[in-house]
Every structure is written in structure tokens, then in C-alpha cells.
Ligand binder design. Structure first.
Ligand SMILES: NC(=O)c1ccc[n+]([C@@H]2O[C@H](COP(=O)([O-])OP(=O)(O)OC[C@H]3O[C@@H](n4cnc5c(N)ncnc54)[C@H](O)[C@@H]3O)[C@@H](O)[C@H]2O)c1
Length: 320
């Protein structure tokens, strides 16, 4: 298949692109290499992908509507994995208009490109944070999700709903996969596992929200990309599907796992939870199991050990 992977220079996008390249798909990556976190990390991810002969990268911004339409017209993709986004809940509170522009309007440009050029399947990365402060736990896709707590989730939820409209009006196959706190090798440096590792090894002070009395359904990037590949292979009409592990872990326990592996202590400052944050995320993954044959197999301890091995080899050793 010829597949467009947006956000291919990012954390999850480059893992997905590599998995698809390894099985022989033709991949066109698209990324604007913005500096939300150090650009060298994204250049490094892209360089890894460039070693595959069946890969090409287009450096472009999804908010550029005309160019997006042109790319679709020229390339004629079979499927789209749309992962490009401004992520980060706390940053979204500071820049709401930018999040709506990228995560909602940018997504619409790609959907237009897809529907005008007979793209067979459009899979979009959505997020567990759209469940907001729901009382329905574990989080299940039948929840209305109409009370997002910050602009990132509101824009992602709106894009999911537009996906339904495009399916209804134009017959676009659209699946929104809602990821639950993804971690793993080559993680984003603003995410918890990386922050904790940096704090232990470099003494950097980090906030620990709500005394660590928060729970996240941490899901290893290997399981997430397996779910994404399954979603790309199965046009389903219109669906929203949770991709989590289905087993929340307490924040402080997650931190302690990394401390134990690293043989040190993180320099944490207790900080009250912000209004945009939720106390617990927990995925009901029955739908993913039934529709995608999804079966997350990496325990948090295994996943954290794998993350730590990468951090030790690639970050600590390189900065010595
Ligand atoms: N990491 C998680 O825990 C998590 C959880 C839920 C959902 N998601 C979603 O998964 C996707 C990938 O997240 P990630 O953690 O890999 O983040 P990431 O920031 O590493 O990857 C996103 C990529 O998109 C690119 N991008 C951003 N704006 C763009 C634009 N306007 N045009 C073109 N490219 C642009 C960035 O440069 C980046 O490389 C995102 O859609 C995110 O919302 C991630």
C-alpha cells in the first residue's frame, strides 16, 4: 500500500512508519519539524526512516491547505495515518487558537485531500484526554465526550466528529484511534518517562502532580503501532476505537519503576493538578480487540525497562 504518515518525524509517527516500511509498504512521511521540542530529535527520527528505499519525507505544514490538496492530487495514496498534531495538554491551555488551527483545520485539509482522491482509509490519532472528567470508568467509546477540559481535546474531538460527517457525506472510511499515554524508545522529551529519567540522571527538578496520586493507562508504543497497522488494514466505515493497555498504573509507581532501574531518585516537587488535567485514565479495549484483533502484550514493567535501556544507550552514553 502507498500510505501517507503525517507526523512521521515525531515519536509515534516514526515508529509507525518504520513498522510499515519493514513489511514493505511505500511510505510518504509528512512533517513540519516544528520546535515544540528539540528539532534534532525529529531530524534523527527522519534520518532513520531515510535509510529505507521505500520512504520519502515531505517537509510541509498541514495548515497549508492548497499544498495539502496538491500533495494528495499528485501522490494518490491508498491510506492515510494522520498523526501530525500539536500535542501536550498544558501547552494547549496557553495557545488555544494554534491547537484548533493545526489539530482541527489541518485535519480537515487532509480529509478533503483524501475524499477528492479516493483514499481508501483515513486513520487519525485521537486521545484519551477527550474523555475529560467522565464518570464512566473504564473509558468507553459510547461515552458522549462532549465536555473536553482543554483546547487540545476539544480540537481532536471536533476532528473525530468531522470524520463522521465526511464518512456520511462523502463515503470516507474514517477511524479515530484514541491513544492512552504512549511511552517507549525515542519518546517525546516532554513526557513523563523521559522527564523522570532526566531528573534522576541530571538532577533536574520536575513537578509531580497531586503527590503522584494520579493514574494513567500507560501504553507502549509497540502496542499502539500494532493497533494502528490493524486499523490501516481494515476500512471500517466510521469508528472511534480506544488503543490503551486497559490497566491504569499510579503515577508514583511508574516513577518508582524508573528509579529502580536507574538506581537513583528523581528530584520531584509536589505540584497541584491543573484544571485541564484528569486524575485517572483507563481504557476499555473490548472494541479494539473485537474490530482490530488488538492485543496489547507489553506490560508496563517490560515497557519501562525497554525505555530505560534506550535512554541509557542513546541519551546517557551519547552525552558522556
Ligand atoms: N504521545 C501520547 O501519549 C499521545 C497520546 C494521545 C494522542 N497522541 C497523538 O498521537 C500523535 C503523535 O503524537 P506524538 O506523541 O508522537 O507527538 P510528536 O509531537 O512527537 O509528533 C507529532 C509530529 O507532528 C508534527 N507536526 C505538528 N504540527 C504540524 C503541522 N502543522 N504540520 C505538519 N506536521 C506537524 C510535529 O513536528 C511532530 O513531529 C498526535 O496526533 C497526538 O495528538 C499522542
Amino acid at each position: 500500500m502507498k500510505i501517507l504518515v503525517t507526523g512521521a518525524a515525531g515519536f509515534i509517527g516514526h515508529h509507525l512508519a518504520e513498522k510499515l516500511l519493514k513489511r514493505g509498504d511505500e511510505i510518504v512521511g509528512l512533517d513540519n519539524f516544528n520546535d515544540y521540542y528539540p528539532v534534532e530529535i525529529k531530524r534523527g527520527n527522519a534520518a532513520k526512516l531515510a535509510q529505507y528505499p521505500n520512504f520519502r519525507m515531505i517537509e510541509a505544514d498541514i495548515t497549508d491547505r492548497e499544498y495539502m490538496l496538491q500533495i494528495f492530487e499528485e501522490e494518490k495514496f491508498d491510506a492515510v495515518a494522520h498523526l501530525a498534531a500539536m500535542a501536550g495538554v498544558r501547552n494547549a491551555v496557553k495557545y488555544p487558537e494554534y491547537y484548533v488551527q493545526v489539530d482541527y483545520n489541518g485535519t480537515q485539509h487532509l480529509m478533503d485531500g483524501a475524499r477528492h482522491n479516493d483514499v481508501g482509509n483515513f486513520v487519525m490519532a485521537s486521545t484519551s484526554s477527550i474523555y475529560g472528567a467522565t464518570e464512566q470508568i473504564p473509558f468507553v467509546e459510547t461515552d458522549s465526550c462532549d465536555r473536553p477540559l482543554q483546547p487540545y481535546s476539544a480540537a481532536k474531538r471536533a476532528a473525530e466528529m468531522l470524520g463522521f460527517t465526511y464518512h456520511h457525506l462523502f463515503g470516507l472510511n474514517f477511524t479515530a484511534t484514541r491513544f492512552f499515554t504512549v511511552y517507549g524508545r525515542a519518546s517525546r522529551p516532554d513526557m513523563m518517562a523521559y522527564l523522570v529519567a532526566d531528573s534522576i540522571t541530571k538532577g533536574k527538578q520536575i513537578p509531580i502532580y497531586n503527590n503522584g496520586e494520579m493514574w494513567r493507562d500507560w501504553t507502549h508504543v509497540g502496542d499502539i503501532t500494532d493497533g494502528l497497522v490493524a486499523a490501516l488494514d481494515r476500512p471500517l466505515g466510521y469508528e472511534v476505537i480506544n488503543l490503551g493497555r486497559g490497566e491504569p498504573t499510579k503515577l508514583i509507581d511508574f516513577v518508582e519503576m524508573i528509579e529502580e532501574l536507574a538506581g537513583g531518585k528523581a528530584n520531584m516537587v509536589n505540584t497541584p493538578k491543573i484544571r485541564a488535567d484528569v486524575v485517572k485514565t483507563w481504557a476499555n479495549i473490548d472494541k479494539a480487540k473485537n474490530l482490530l484483533g488488538y492485543n496489547p502484550s507489553i506490560s508496563v514493567l517490560e515497557g519501562v525497562s525497554d525505555f530505560w535501556e534506550w535512554y541509557r544507550e542513546e541519551i546517557l552514553e551519547q552525552t558522556k
